[in-house]
Design a binder for this molecule. Structure first.
Ligand code: DC
Length: 196
């Protein structure tokens, strides 16, 4: 039936595997996918007044190829504490979530603030050490520095007053610390299947 929406909300800390899981779930069910971290990364990367940048954000801003760096992640986490920045990005995310055919959104506050009515909520997490190790395998450098950055970003994302990172009361928690990617994806697909 055309017009029927189905929303999957996936939240969790940096490098827990939520992006990989979100892409795999979207591909499995044929849903659209939005990595909402990219919105905050694009605002942080552009510089200038973050509120004005957030209000004027365009699709082209999300295409920059430097948005995945550690520096862009830290800049994103800093602009994301600003309630006016967050407010400016809400309408786009909610419209994406309601599109016909189904949508997967991954971020920090999807199940708690953006889509509290989501059909399925997943909270994907892993220990800080495991997440730092995975990030270090991608970016290299000093693993201790990567761990310190993971902890710093966790503290900022979980400690902010507006829309802090936390699992929604009705979220299915998937701890990927000791799981393969395939096992984590299978657990997520099963949780979504159970509610379709
Ligand atoms: O998921 P990510 O690493 O790309 O996110 C980068 C930063 O953006 C993250 O540290 C906090 C912020 N963010 C947010 O506040 N809310 C979201 N829904 C997604 C990301």
């Amino acid at each position: 039936m055309a017009g029927l929406s189905f929303t999957v909300a996936i939240d969790g800390p940096a490098a827990a595997g939520k992006g990989t899981i979100a892409r795999a779930v979207a591909a499995h069910f044929g849903f659209a996918h939005l990595d909402t971290g990219l919105l905050y990364r694009a605002v942080g990367a552009k510089g200038g007044d973050p509120v004005a940048v957030a209000r004027g954000l365009t699709a082209a801003d999300l295409e920059r190829d430097d948005l995945r760096s550690l520096a862009a992640g830290q800049a994103a986490s800093r602009v994301a504490v600003n309630p006016e920045v967050r407010a400016a990005l809400i309408a786009f995310q909610r419209a994406f979530a309601r599109q016909p055919g189904g949508a997967v959104l991954d971020g920090r506050d999807i199940g708690t603030v953006i889509c509290p009515e989501a059909d399925v909520k997943l909270y994907v997490t892993a220990s800080p050490e495991v997440r730092a190790h995975r990030r270090w395998l991608e970016v290299g450098g000093d693993e201790a520095v990567v761990l310190a950055e993971v902890r710093e970003r966790d503290a900022r994302d979980m400690g902010r007053a507006d829309a802090p990172l936390r699992a929604a009361a009705d979220a299915v928690v998937i701890d990927t610390s000791e799981m393969s990617i395939d096992a984590a994806v299978a657990a997520a697909v099963k949780a979504v299947q159970a509610r379709r």
